[in-house]
Design a protein. Structure first.
Length: 399
C-alpha cells in the first residue's frame, strides 16, 4: 500500500498526516483535497466490506490509515514467531499438486517475514533479515519444502550450486506447466468408452438401405437430390466447403503489408537475460538479426529479429504509465513475451514486491506493475491494436 501512496504523491498526507500550512493559497488547498479524495478512493476499493463499514465514516485518509494500523498492524516478537510458523507450515499444507500456487504462497509468506524482520532495530532481527535477504537461503528453503513430493527434481537441482532462486523457480514453473499440458492432452485423447469393439461388417446386408438414406443438406438446398446418401458423404456439400476454404486462403493472401495484430501481454521475468517476444507485431522499428537463446529447459530457440516495444501499463491506482525499451528479441518459438529484470537492473530500475504485486520504478516514478496470475507475473496493459508495416520504421520512440 505504501508503494501506491508514494506513486500518487499522497504518502505524506496519508501516513504522516501532513496538512496545508496556515494561510496556504487556494491552489495548495485544492491539491491537498485532490490527494485526500484519491487516497480515500483507493482505501474504499481495496478493503473488505466489513472493514469498509468501519472506515467509511472517517473524513480523512490519515484517520483511515491510523485506524487500520492500530487494528491490524502487528510488529511484536510474537508476530515474528507466528509468521515463522506460517512459513514452515507450508510443506504440511502442500499435497504435491499445483506447484505454481505453492510457490506463490511461499513468496508471499517469505516477503511478509522479511518485512517483520526489518521492522525492528533489535540485533537478532536485523541479523535474521540479512539472512532472509540471501538468495541462496530462499532457494534452499523452497527446495527443502518441496523435496517430499518432488524428490527427483530437487535432487537434480542440488547438483547445481550455481542455480539462483529465480532459476529454480522458473524451472519448477516450467515443470508444472508441462505436467498440466500432459494431463490435458491425456484427458482429451482418452476414448469415450461408448464405441463398441469389433470389426464393422464389410458391405451392406440390406441392398435397400442406401435408398433409405437422406441428406438433410440436399433436402434443404437441392430438393429432389437428397436420397441415397447422408450429409457427411454429400459431394455437393464437400465441394461447397472446399470452395469456401480456397476463398479464405485467397483473402488471406491478398491482405496488405499493413496487418492488424492483437496485443499480447508481457510477463515480468527475473531469470531471462533479454527482453523477448514471439510476436513480431509487438515490435517497432523491426530489423533482422540472428542468433539463439536457450529456454529454462535448455531448448535452443532461434532469434529472427529485434525491435522496440511500447507498453501502456495499467497501474493499481487506475492510472496508465508509458513504458518502452529497445533491443527486444523476436523469438518465434517462445511461449509468451518476457520483460527481463536482469536487463532493467543494469539501466537503473528498482524492484519492489508486495504480495502478488511487483512494482518496477525509475527513480520515484512507477514504470509498470506486474500481478501474479497463478503461474507468472503478468504486466496489465490497455487493450489495443498494433500495426506491422513491412520494411518501414514505424514509431520514432526514444529511450
Amino acid at each position: 500500500m505504501t508503494i501506491i501512496l508514494k506513486g500518487i504523491k499522497a504518502y505524506e498526507v496519508v501516513v504522516d498526516g501532513v496538512v496545508p500550512a496556515q494561510g496556504a493559497d487556494a491552489t495548495e488547498v485544492d491539491a491537498y483535497n485532490h490527494l485526500c479524495h484519491t487516497a480515500s478512493t483507493i482505501f474504499i476499493q481495496v478493503v473488505s466490506h466489513d472493514i469498509l463499514e468501519k472506515i467509511i465514516e472517517l473524513e480523512k485518509p490519515n484517520l483511515m490509515w491510523i485506524w487500520l494500523r492500530t487494528e491490524y498492524y502487528r510488529d511484536s516478537a510474537y508476530a515474528l514467531v507466528s509468521q515463522i510458523m506460517n512459513l514452515v507450515s507450508l510443506p504440511i499444507q502442500y499435497s504435491g499438486n499445483n506447484l505454481s500456487e505453492f510457490i506463490s504462497k511461499f513468496e508471499s509468506q517469505w516477503l511478509h517475514l522479511t518485512k517483520l524482520s526489518k521492522g525492528s532495530s533489535d540485533s537478532y532481527r536485523t541479523t535474521f533479515a540479512a539472512f532472509l535477504n540471501e538468495d541462496m537461503a530462499k532457494r534452499d528453503f523452497l527446495m527443502g519444502f518441496l523435496v517430499k513430493h518432488h524428490k527427483n527434481v530437487i535432487d537434480n537441482f542440488t547438483t547445481k550450486d550455481s542455480l539462483s532462486y529465480a532459476d529454480v523457480k522458473q524451472r519448477l514453473i516450467d515443470i508444472d506447466t508441462s505436467d498440466s499440458q500432459d494431463d490435458t492432452a491425456l484427458f482429451t485423447s482418452k476414448p469415450s468408452g461408448n464405441k463398441k469393439k469389433g470389426k464393422k461388417p464389410k458391405g451392406n446386408s440390406d441392398p435397400s438401405s442406401s435408398k433409405s438414406k437422406t441428406c438433410n443438406w440436399c433436402k434443404k438446398h437441392n430438393p429432389g437430390k437428397s436420397e441415397g446418401h447422408t450429409w457427411n458423404k454429400c459431394f455437393c456439400l464437400q465441394k461447397l466447403n472446399k470452395e469456401k476454404k480456397e476463398k479464405k486462403k485467397d483473402e488471406e493472401a491478398n491482405i496488405t503489408t499493413e496487418t492488424k495484430v492483437r496485443t499480447k501481454s508481457f510477463y515480468f521475468d527475473t531469470a531471462c537475460t533479454s527482453h523477448m517476444t514471439p510476436y513480431a507485431g509487438r515490435l517497432l522499428n523491426y530489423s533482422k538479426c540472428s542468433g539463439f537463446v536457450k529456454s529454462s529447459s535448455q531448448e535452443s530457440m532461434e532469434i529472427e529479429g529485434k525491435g522496440d516495444v511500447i507498453m501502456e501499463c495499467v497501474l493499481r491506482d487506475g492510472s496508465v504509465s508509458s513504458f518502452g525499451d529497445c533491443d527486444v528479441l523476436h523469438v518465434p518459438k517462445l511461449g509468451h513475451p518476457l520483460i527481463s529484470w536482469r536487463k532493467l537492473r543494469t539501466k537503473g530500475y528498482t524492484e519492489f514486491g508486495e504480495g502478488d504485486f511487483i512494482s518496477i520504478n525509475k527513480g520515484t516514478k512507477v514504470m509498470f506493475e506486474a500481478v501474479f496470475d497463478g503461474n507468472l507475473f503478468k504486466i496489465p496493459e490497455i487493450s489495443q491494436s498494433a500495426y506491422i508495416v513491412t520494411g518501414v520504421p514505424r514509431y520514432p520512440y526514444r529511450y
